[in-house]
Design a protein around this ligand. Structure first.
Ligand code: HEC
Length: 137
């Protein structure tokens, strides 16, 4: 009798607990765009270190620390960006012309006219050394 009369209360408690669980999951779980990518950072060559500085100033806001990606842009530590699929020239063109969204759902990449070709090739060197250290060849 007691259990039955308390049933509505139990139902309310269960629903509340479920709600809290879902909200908590949203906060801690993050969105599906957040990559939990762990990048192995190798000892970089001098050129790649210059590239790293340029990358951090011009690309990191979207492509993430260590090129691991962010909410704004894709990671380069990804097989899509291996050298024989996105050659060095693809990087130069991306900065020159911007990129129309095609591989991902982050939207378009705006052109980066503040970065010249010489600087871009240093950035590429940095990205390639990171890729190689993470098994992307
Ligand atoms: C405002 C955000 C933003 C910034 C800043 C940015 N990118 Fe991007 N980039 C993107 C997005 C988003 C894409 C993915 C487009 C798609 O869906 O394929 C992308 C794609 C690329 C690609 C792939 C091009 C292709 O042919 O598929 C390259 C290479 C690239 N970015 C290089 C860079 C470099 C190098 C810098 C810094 C000089 C940089 N990006 C700065 C947002 C950004």
């Amino acid at each position: 009798m007691n259990v039955l009369s308390n049933l509505p209360k139990y139902i309310v408690m269960i629903v509340l607990a479920g709600g809290i669980f879902i909200v908590f999951g949203k906060i801690t779980g993050g969105s599906d765009k957040t990559s939990a990518l762990v990048v192995n950072v190798p000892a970089l060559s001098a050129t790649a270190r210059e590239g790293q500085q340029l990358f951090e100033a011009n690309c990191m806001a979207c492509h993430g620390k260590n090129a691991a990606g962010s909410e704004q842009g894709p990671p380069f530590i990804n097989n899509i960006y291996r050298p024989n699929h996105h050659a060095d020239q693809a990087f130069v063109l991306a900065a020159l012309r911007g990129v129309r969204s095609h591989h991902w759902r982050f939207g378009n990449m705006p052109s980066q006219p503040q970065v010249n070709e010489t600087q871009m090739l240093k950035i590429v060197r940095y990205v390639r050394e990171l890729q190689r250290a993470n098994g992307i060849n």
